[in-house]
Design a protein around this ligand. Structure first.
Ligand code: MN
Length: 202
């Protein structure tokens, strides 16, 4: 079965003022939808058809630009919609808080490192919080639609949190002020979901 554009689970305007409704609508119905369609076209009739997106990305031939860009775009945006929420977001706690504190000293230390990774990604890309087997967490960033599941990307583990820093994710509202978007994003993270992803990844 072909990959499907997921529903968000909340309205396009539900994340305002952090992310405006028009940005959400275009991002979901145009950008993510485009990656989904192009991924399906790229794998149709190949031996990748029928595999999970995680299987496709973790064994990816990195010279396959169509699957790299559109498979990454499909997966990355599915994660992005899932780890932000308008309400019932919880707060960082439990084993994830322990791992973040071990790696970054405190929640503020994590925020600084994550914000820096997102702000200093030149051009288009993503910043990630990844979980490694054994429980360690790592912040890193990748270019374009690459992600930590892909081989040889210099950033590993399972992504449990990701911020899209392509201009299409923030430009209508924030223009060149990427740091303001990053700061707003940190306020709408659904820690309940991130925590669950952490616990199932380690
Ligand atoms: Mn995007």
């Amino acid at each position: 079965m072909a990959f499907q554009l997921p529903d968000l689970g909340y309205a396009y305007d539900a994340l305002e003022p952090a992310i405006d409704a028009r940005t959400m609508e275009i991002h979901h119905t145009k950008h993510h939808n485009g990656y989904t369609t192009k991924l399906n076209n790229a794998i149709a009739g190949t031996d990748l058809e029928g595999k999970s997106i995680e299987e496709i990305l973790s064994s990816l031939d990195m010279t396959n630009g169509a699957v790299r860009n559109n498979g990454g775009g499909y997966y990355n945006h599915c994660l992005y919609w899932e780890i932000i929420a308008p309400e019932n977001r919880g707060r960082i706690s439990g084993p994830l808080a322990d791992a973040v504190n071990a790696a970054y000293g405190s929640y503020d230390g994590f925020k600084d490192a994550f914000s820096k990774a997102a702000a200093t990604r030149f051009g288009s890309g993503w910043a990630w919080l990844c979980a490694h087997e054994g429980g360690k967490v790592e912040i890193c960033s990748t270019a374009n639609q690459d992600n930590p599941l892909m081989p040889g990307i210099g950033c590993g583990g399972t992504p449990i949190l990701g911020i899209d820093v392509w201009e299409h994710a923030y430009y209508l509202n924030y223009q060149n002020r990427r740091p303001d978007y990053i700061s707003a994003f940190l306020g709408i993270i659904n820690w309940n979901v991130v925590e669950a992803k952490y616990e199932s990844s380690i």
